[in-house]
Design a protein around this ligand. Sequence first.
Ligand code: HEM
Length: 305
Amino acid sequence: MIFWELVGARWVQFMAAMILLGTSVFPFYALPSKTAANTARLTQTMRRALAVAALAGAVSAFAWVGASIVNIAGDAGGLVDPETLRQYFFETSFGGAWALRLVLAIVLMAVVLLAREHLFVRNGATALVAVVAGALLVSQAWIGHPASLPGSERWLVTGAYAIHMLGAAVWLGALLPLGLLVARARRDGEGRGIAVFALWRFSRVGMIAVAAILLGGIVNAISRTDSFDALVASTWGQIVILKIAIISTMIVAAALNRFVLMPRLSAQTEITIARLARNVTFEQAAGLLILAAAAVLGVFHPPHF
Ligand code: HEM
């Protein structure tokens, strides 16, 4: 089995899709509607980031499916063997979902590259990027463990999986523009008003996103294990526990921002902005780590499979 190639492709795919979704919804709730001049620099940076994420999303989708084909075929020859490809895409339970996902990744890349100069503002093109990136994330359920569950349980767990993915993307994806806004406010004081506005808005949406991540993650974990002992004994369960440990530190950092630092913003602006910037950087690093854990997680079988 080619392991690290598969894990690497999954990690890049998760990061890319989450940046595309979380960054695209950000201007709809976290930026004031009439401040185009003040956010011009951020908008340009985010457009470049979206283009890189869209390219990475398409390349990693092909790399992920390629690694999966090599693992099933037993060698790299499967990638160019028409009969292996026919069987993979037409005779497996996940082949159709993979074909759809490849189309979604290409459509997403095309939309981002063609509409690049219109993105990261409140408009239809930006909303379309968010919707297609969301579809790319949610469709992972049909190539992963949720698809192997029976009947009604499959739909419940797939729904929870969708909530988990969307919540994670809204939270982690927002940390990129939020981090840039706070870093700029810290460096030169410019755009401080917008950074503070975005921080307050994001703190509300972030709480809903965290609730969605926890609800979706817990339902998925419970559906695939018979007992806590079985969870702890399996590599899959140990990775889930690692994810819980990482998210706990992220929640502590987010709560510190929301309930301790942000109320102090008007009285001790400079020192508070500096601390907020440090915490957002910490959350970004923890987010990358938890996505790496998720990239490894899906390669192992859960106890109840
Ligand atoms: C910011 C926090 C989190 C992020 C970004 C995240 C991300 C992800 C991603 C990308 C997947 C897809 C893996 C795949 O389909 O192969 C996933 C699946 C999953 N996550 Fe999370 N997760 C987070 C927190 C949690 C927490 C706190 C739990 C446990 C309560 C959890 C439990 C699970 C489970 C059980 C799955 C299903 C894995 C499978 O299908 O084998 N996650 N998560």
